[in-house]
Design a protein around this ligand. Structure first.
Ligand code: 6GU
Length: 283
């Protein structure tokens, strides 16, 4: 996978030299390059922003440096060797994805991360100020598959921190990046539920024991206990995820736990039970 990031603060992305993502780059699993948008300015002051037409607070990023930067990234992508293994990457002729981080974007989820992890070339355009002149997005749609993306409902000062998060979420799903792919199966959001709690030695720590079932060696009971906690935690913390569950994936024990937490299965949907439904204990 090839990843290009364009930013006026390339140093922000230095964190991608570290840890698993940094290692994947050294191993050649990820080819990541960061470009300074100011390299594509032509004036003495290297100007990247200007006042908004129509008035309003703040500044807007000028279109031409963005077009020059994105054209450069496209050219270098076209010249780069394709996917390592035949058939492993995207079909030839597929357009690169242009991710535009913005609080006005589609919400970036694990499902989006999985989808983008399959692509051969991702480009991230980090906006600052009030955003990038919208004509850049229209222009880019002729060359890229454009995906405005938000991390969630809060505002950051620019796209750089969001790109760190997205590149890490996507990069770790690229085959070979995580040593033990099993760890991807049991983590939060892999099955639409939050992860169960985990414990390690000592078995008794500051008067607090590890839940006894985990010491039992009884794999069936441990799996059931973990599943119960996933369901209870998800009900307590993320009712939106419970409402999105597919009842076909819920067994009788799952349904009993959800009922305790105030949820019921009705046809092909999981719904909040009536107002006097018992509230389950919070995990
Ligand atoms: Cl992707 N960008 C900015 N600037 N703010 C955000 C965001 C992205 N996601 C949440 N807030």
């Amino acid at each position: 996978m090839r990843i290009d990031v364009v930013s006026i603060f390339p140093e922000y992305l230095a964190a991608l030299d570290l840890s698993l993502i940094g290692k994947a780059r050294l191993q050649g699993l990820l080819e990541l390059s960061v470009e300074d948008l100011r390299r594509y300015t032509t004036d003495r002051h290297r100007t990247v922003d200007d006042t908004p037409y129509g008035g309003g607070a703040g500044m807007v990023m000028k279109p031409e440096p963005w077009a020059l930067a994105l054209e450069d990234v496209l050219e270098r992508g076209a010249a780069a060797p394709g996917p390592a293994a035949p058939g492993a990457g995207t079909p030839p002729g597929e357009r690169p994805v242009l991710v535009v981080p913005s609080p006005a974007g589609e919400v970036f989820t694990q499902a989006v991360a999985r989808e983008l992890a399959e692509r051969e070339h991702l480009v991230f355009a980090c906006g600052r100020y009030e955003g990038i002149d919208e004509r850049v997005v229209d222009w880019a749609r002729e060359r890229f598959e454009v995906r405005p993306m938000s991390l969630g409902d809060y505002v950051l000062n620019g796209g750089e921190v969001a790109v760190l998060a997205m590149v890490e979420a996507i990069g770790r799903l690229v085959p070979g990046v995580i040593g033990n792919p099993e760890s991807l199966v049991e983590e939060s959001h892999s099955d639409g539920l939050l992860e169960y709690p985990v414990y390690t030695k000592p078995a008794l720590w500051r008067d607090r024991p590890v839940p006894e079932v985990l010491l039992s060696g009884h794999h069936g009971r441990i799996a059931r206990w973990r599943r119960d906690l996933q369901l209870r935690r998800t009900a307590a913390r993320r009712p939106d995820l419970v409402a999105a569950l597919d009842p076909a994936a819920l067994d009788r024990a799952d349904r009993a736990v959800l009922a305790e937490a105030g949820w019921t299965v009705a046809g092909d949907r999981v719904l909040r039970a009536g107002p006097d439904a018992p509230a389950g204990p919070v995990a």
